[in-house]
Design a protein around this ligand. Structure first.
Ligand code: SF4
Length: 322
């Protein structure tokens, strides 16, 4: 539930990587947005658009090249005291895409979940830690019997539940979920999304939910941001984005979602985009989507569109709306 109190503010964020021979990969190229307490912001775009880099920079795995990330008004990447750095590290956690490789295969489930507790609550007794691990396992739909087993003994969905329990162990306020369902069977994806929603309601969590398509994001997100080649191209309430997409790239992503009704599915007109995404080491002038846009105009090749609010809280960067 959204309380409209800002938890995180991202201001003019840039993250560039040097990739040799003087070339620079512009993974994030100027992003400004906020995430409100208790909401889920979905961040969607094709592979290579920079969305995972956004999550990793917010989680402090990368330092920004330029710009700021403010968490409760504190600049996360400014030099802070060790105590403050630890405090903010505890407030945010990350759930990774691949539940197969993100869990240490040599540790039992109990050891994996207890790692955060050992760091952040070193005074806990062994019994208290055991009890806490059992509670966390139950909260994610597993049980005490699972604590002594190793990750390879679990299915993909169960491993993702273990990853969620690990993230919850330090009682965070904010979770970056980086494509948490992309590696799972479709039948399991809804279960994990429902679990994340339920935990959000119970604990008042705030999520950045990263995904490469728009199919599942609607079910969890309050608002959705669409990214293309390091920039945000559209941001809106979830319902509005699905009902009235503005940007031609969002329209193409939406047209790719299969419809459950077979009659509607037969009539669905998929927008096939021509060409490939340009390289983030060689970003074109004008609108970044120009080479693939079915609605491109002359101006689009010359001038980068501005970020404008077309209707209340519905933002887009496209010359069609200027
Ligand atoms: Fe297409 Fe032009 Fe809009 Fe870019 S600015 S999305 S090229 S219409």
């Amino acid at each position: 539930m959204t309380t409209k109190e800002v938890l995180i503010e991202v201001k003019e964020l840039e993250k560039h990587f040097k990739v040799g021979k003087g070339r620079v990969l512009r993974a994030i190229d100027g992003l400004t947005f906020s995430i409100y307490k208790g909401e889920t912001l979905g961040l969607v775009g094709e592979s290579g658009c920079g969305k995972s880099t956004v999550g990793r920079t917010m989680f402090q795995l990368y330092s920004p090249t330029r710009g700021q990330i403010l968490f409760e008004n504190e600049n996360l990447h400014a030099k802070m005291s060790k105590t403050n750095a630890k405090k903010y590290r505890k407030k945010m956690q990350m759930i990774f895409q691949d539940p197969y490789s993100s869990l240490n295969p040599r540790l039992t489930v109990e050891e994996i979940i207890a790692e955060g507790l050992l760091i952040h609550q070193p005074d806990m007794t062994k019994e208290q830690r055991r009890k806490q691990v059992t509670d966390l396992l139950e909260q994610v739909g597993l049980n005490r019997k699972h604590a002594d087993r190793y990750p390879h003994e679990f299915s993909g969905g169960q491993r993702q539940r273990i990853g969620i329990a690990r993230a919850l162990s330090v009682n965070p306020d904010f979770i970056v979920a980086d494509e948490p369902i992309a590696a799972l069977d479709v039948s399991i994806q809804a279960q994990i999304v429902n679990l994340l929603k339920q935990l959000q309601e119970e604990k008042g969590l705030t999520y950045l939910f990263i995904a490469h398509d728009l199919s599942m994001v609607k079910h969890i997100s309050d608002r959705i941001a669409v990214m293309y080649l390091g920039k945000m191209v559209e941001l809106s309430d979830s319902e509005n984005l699905y009902d009235k997409p503005l940007h031609p790239y969002t329209e193409a992503l939406l047209s790719a979602i299969p419809l459950p009704d077979p009659n509607l599915e037969r009539q669905r007109k998929r927008i096939i985009l021509k060409g490939d995404v340009p390289s983030p080491t060689d970003i074109p002038a004008g609108c970044r989507f120009y080479s693939r846009c079915p609605k491109a105009m002359d101006i689009c090749a010359r001038k980068e569109p501005s970020w404008i609010e077309v209707e209340e809280k519905h933002y887009v960067a496209c010359h069609l709306y200027e």
